[in-house]
Design a protein around this ligand. Sequence first.
Ligand code: AMP
Length: 637
Amino acid sequence: MSTQAVGNEGIEQLLRAEADLHAPASLVAQARLQDYEAEYRRSVEDPEGFWAEIAQELEWFQPWQKVFDWNYPLFEWFQGATCNITHNCLDRQVKAGRKNKVAYIWTTEDGTERQITYGQLLDFVSRTANALRSIGVSKGDRVIIYMPVMLEGIVCMLACARIGAVHSVVYAGFSVQALRSRIEDAQARVILTADVSYRRGKRVGLRSIVQEAISGLEAIDQVVVLRRAQPALELDLHETDFYELVNKQSADCPAAIMDAEDPLYILYTSGTTGKPKGVVHVHGGYMVGIYYHMTRFWDIRDDDVFLCTSDIGWAVGHSYIVYAPLLAGATTLFREGAIDFPHPAIVWELIERYRASVIFTAPTAVRMFMRYGDQLPQGYNLRSIRLFTCAGEPLNPEAMLWAHRVLCGNGQWGFVADNWWQTETGGPCLGTLPVFAARPSKAGKALPGVVAEVVDAQGNKLPPNKGGLLVLRRPFPHMYRAVYGDPDRYAEDWRKIPNAYSTGDVAICDDDGYFTVVGRADDVLNVAGHRIGTADVEGALVSHPAVAEAAAIGRPDEIKGENIKAFVMLRVGHTASPELELKLKEHVRNVLGAIAVPAEIGFPEKLPKTRSGKIMRRLLKAQELGKEIGDVSTLEE
Ligand code: AMP
């Protein structure tokens, strides 16, 4: 057939058909979610019936009177119901015969391995919950958890939830100021931490960061420290040893009766202002939604080993290391440390050793694995992999095709599934299911319960293949309920575009309903799958005495997706130099943490600004990348 005869559309079809990736037939045949179209239709035509049916798979202390109540922009799910997510994570599993099933396998860079069963986890969480009560923590109190990726970190989260306290986990790679602002915003009185974490064979001091972060904060009256390093460090008067406190408690702590809408946790993420955005999730709806995706999207079975490479400090870690795998009764493998340390094949070694079958990782990790070449993974038996899933940033086609070819045996045994979501959505919204083909560069279709659209700035739906803003038209049960202490900021998310939640992302939807998520529309960067506000980086830079003004932009990066370039105007009396650049980088590391350190800092004479005085990051970015500058009519003369 000549190209002429096929026409443009035909060529696209052909190219696409060739590029589509299909799941192995056996995987499709076994998938719990067989009829995506019917399931999706039902979820949007009768959301209440749909979610109520899912909710019935879990246990409630009191059933709901009303499934859904929407008072725009506020909404509630399972009104009048009482429950406790930990009852469903632990007690329910023990009752169902999983007492001796391994809940977690935890490994470290030095090869330590610890396993804990559902029965043991229930006891450990109960003791820790009683320990929290013994130091005065009660329902509704906020507790900061600043812990490495380890069992005790998970136990602390579950222990808070057990007694109705609201945890706020701060990623243990964040430094003093990021931690302090989160403690202050949540008005916490208690901090749970460890003396050190380990990464790339090195000790990273956490307790010292906590000490600096709380200096002068009168509200903090307890710091509980898990001591790992030898010799054990001496504790101050206001500090308590984790195990001394926990071991003396009873292992009997019935789950507190929570209203379905009671807060479960606050998780801070970056927004467009310097102040972290405290995203609030609740016990009831969050439990139902993440359970649904764990059992349908990740399709977890009793004999699966689920490997999640995230950190408990991120949204993925909250939902898919901690809560959802337990709700589904899974065995989860997770690890402290760098994913390629002590050697670059450690992940393949672990997959082979534990026969991990469902993997959840990030595109940045896949790109790094790719760089080490095909031979490394090919030296291991990876045939246990059924689903290889990624989220956090765009999964570029090269990385997707590589994972398909090398990790999934060219689709012989496994399937690569992208999924898009955010801290605010609690779980995936767009994704690729084995029952339909995966399309490289596309995150997938709207998952059940999600009404996603690409719109213009006024909120008008755009036709297929036109880029615009990605919005969600209605809330599902696991959508966040509030921005902690800031109702206006929450409302703003639902008002920027009329009748929709603005995700802040730019996307394109094709004729078949597949979405490509291109990146952020606002001043938020995505570095290695982590949201960092330009305002956070700029705030850290201007807190240095040499800096008068700063602007930060994202540049494409082969491994990290984006890296940060900062532009700094110095105060009078300071001169630009490579030494100062190093000092400023070190300063950002101390204030915010390593993930926010700019790859490069420039020292221009002047920063481009609008007439109203706003820094034009768009212009800086265009200049940096040698692209069209676009509309600069509001630029200051
Ligand atoms: P966070 O709230 O930190 O989980 O970051 C969420 C942001 O990460 C989203 O708004 C997107 O910009 C980006 N993101 C997450 N998953 C994907 C994906 N599968 N494809 C493209 N971008 C993604």
